[in-house]
Design a protein around this ligand. Sequence first.
Ligand SMILES: Nc1ncnc2c1ncn2[C@@H]1O[C@H](COP(=O)(O)OP(=O)(O)OP(=O)(O)O)[C@@H](O)[C@H]1O
Ligand SMILES: [Mg+2]
Length: 269
Amino acid sequence: MPGSRDGTSGPALLEVREVTVRFAGLTALSEVSFTVAPGSVHAVIGPNGAGKSTCFNVLSGVYRAASGSVRFAGAELTALAPHRIAALGVARTFQNIALSGHQPVIDNLMLGRHRLTRAGFVSSGLRLPAARREWARHRERAAEIAEFAGLGGLLGTPVGLLPYGVRKRVELARALCMEPRLLLLDEPVAGMNAGERAEMAGLIAEVRRGLGISVLLVEHDMGMVMRLADRITVLDFGRRIADGTPGQVQDDPEVIRAYLGPSADQEDK
Ligand SMILES: Nc1ncnc2c1ncn2[C@@H]1O[C@H](COP(=O)(O)OP(=O)(O)OP(=O)(O)O)[C@@H](O)[C@H]1O
Ligand SMILES: [Mg+2]
């Protein structure tokens, strides 16, 4: 399936331009700009409190920018509600898991498909044959995505019974169930052991390579960022301090200062 390896061809899929976000007395993002090429993995990194999650919250419509613009596939996102942004093809996971623990994996995945339903199989309560057929179609696709995410044998297992690393993959699979063009992942391997990290990194690489979905990744695991990302934007205290390929960013004196200076003692948290 399509998805250019270097992510440099064609116009930007996402264009963040001079975005500023303020909370009472604090500028969490200050005129931050970057672009995400179609079919690429783009990482946003920086020390704790740099503004990475704030940036994701603006892109997904949870926070409103004070100024600046966010364009996705030609549409301006900054004034849109989260469900409208999701409908345009931007899906996200959260830094802290947001799954329904007592429900089985398949039900959690079906939640991800709600925006795609036409007959509304929930509201009609599956009484109508058309709604039943649509439900079956969506369930089949959700099962396919579960298989892709290595969850094939776990469809009926309540999410709360799964190990942490597997729950994080359920969350990613749920986001994939929205059939996004851009997937926002906020710290997908935080709290994972080495084996779980490797599995998740492999899955993210497959999302891009196999499904052609662009990925915007916030992650503190630098090894993973350097291996996966085509391009990296570095934030520090709400400002963009660097932007480039992993090699360029790694050697940037300001990046080294941000990570090794007095404010950056937790980069491998
Ligand atoms: N809803 C909010 N209200 C007030 N301040 C906020 C809010 N959300 C974030 N902030 C502040 O904005 C700054 C950036 O926070 P953000 O969560 O974006 O950082 P981060 O880069 O994701 O950090 P971490 O690596 O620890 O997750 C911080 O100083 C944080 O306290
Ligand atoms: Mg964060």
